[in-house]
Design a protein. Structure first.
Length: 325
């Protein structure tokens, strides 16, 4: 389809055909019918300090100069994630081709749409999950926008599959507060698609590419994977509370408790019990189950748990979040 170039702090693509697209970048953001290149750029601490007092668009233009690309026909995303941790996924079906290029850091900035905000309006915020999507077919502006929507939903699927917690609520994250996305189609293609939604094969390819590329990038950048998430403490950490209060009320030696907890926290039966209890807490939070019904069922589940430290923790979580007092 085209050539990818990787430098120490930048991944960029020079298009070999005329491209239209949509981008969230400060550089030529929105729709354009004549993109010639796109890049994803890692911000070092030095550059972050520089941008405190300088314009992001001008900074992106300077990056174009360094890459020897025309800033009038380029767009670029910036992130704190390292370019070496990129996830690239390519999928085809008959005459359709889709590639997604993602970088992702979700440790400190993950959030759920609708979470409490961290600012009213503020300059100098940079994308944390960045995805560039390229296809060999032609898409009109409205179809590009539909592809944009499908890709955004797919990002949420990737984070939900990995049980990535929001840093601003007790819910799962749907993205970060500063994500970037750019999608490009081939203006010169004879293949014209009019649908990029979830019912279309093209939409399926977009979704699969985005999900897989983000999962790869998250694993590389912050070591989050299905294996890392299969852990009682990781699951409990989604909920915001003061754990020191739990230890103050503990009726056994704290050091011995923690040692035993470390032995028990990755056992599959304990993870399953924890997941069941936390799902009930979620259901109450969403007004899907009455609190008293969820409370008694959660206590019944915990009663069957054979691990003392896991049982103590879960009883505390139940009483804290859905207690009947």
């Amino acid at each position: 389809m085209m050539k990818f170039f990787y430098l120490k702090d930048t991944i960029f693509v020079n298009f070999n055909t005329q491209r239209n697209g949509i981008s969230t970048s400060k550089l030529n953001g929105g729709f354009s019918n004549n993109f010639k290149s796109v890049f994803n750029h890692h911000l070092s601490q030095e550059n972050i300090d520089y941008l405190e007092n300088h314009d992001l668009e001008q900074y992106l233009i300077q990056q174009c100069w360094g890459l020897n690309i025309d800033s009038n026909y380029a767009t670029g995303l910036v992130t704190l994630a390292e370019m070496q941790n990129v996830g690239i996924v390519y999928k085809t079906f008959k005459n359709l081709e889709v590639v997604a290029i993602s970088t992702a850091g979700v440790r400190t900035n993950a959030s759920r749409a609708g979470d409490p905000s961290s600012y009213y309006e503020e300059n100098g915020k940079f994308g944390t999950i960045n995805t560039i999507i390229l296809t060999n077919v032609f898409l009109s502006h409205e179809t590009l926008l539909e592809a944009f929507m499908t890709a955004t939903e797919a990002k949420t699927v990737a984070l939900t599959d990995l049980k990535v917690p929001s840093q601003y609520s007790n819910s799962y994250a749907t993205g970060t507060g500063t994500d970037g996305l750019a999608i490009f189609s081939n203006v010169e293609s004879d293949i014209v698609l009019t649908n990029a939604g979830k019912h279309s094969k093209f939409g399926e390819l977009i979704g699969q590419c985005v999900i897989d590329s983000i999962k790869k990038a998250v694993k590389k950048q912050v070591w989050i994977s299905p294996k890392s998430q299969s852990n009682v403490l990781v699951r409990l950490n989604r909920y915001k509370l003061d754990i020191n209060d739990f230890y103050k009320k503990l009726d056994c030696d704290k050091k011995e408790f923690i040692i035993n907890l470390q032995k028990e926290m990755k056992k599959q039966d304990n993870v399953a019990v924890t997941t069941s209890v936390l799902n009930l807490i979620d259901e109450v939070e969403l007004d899907l189950i009455e609190k008293d019904e969820a409370y008694y069922l959660a206590k019944k589940i915990v009663k069957e748990c054979n691990s003392y430290p896991i049982k103590k923790l879960l009883d505390y979580w139940i009483d804290y979040f859905i207690g009947l007092n």
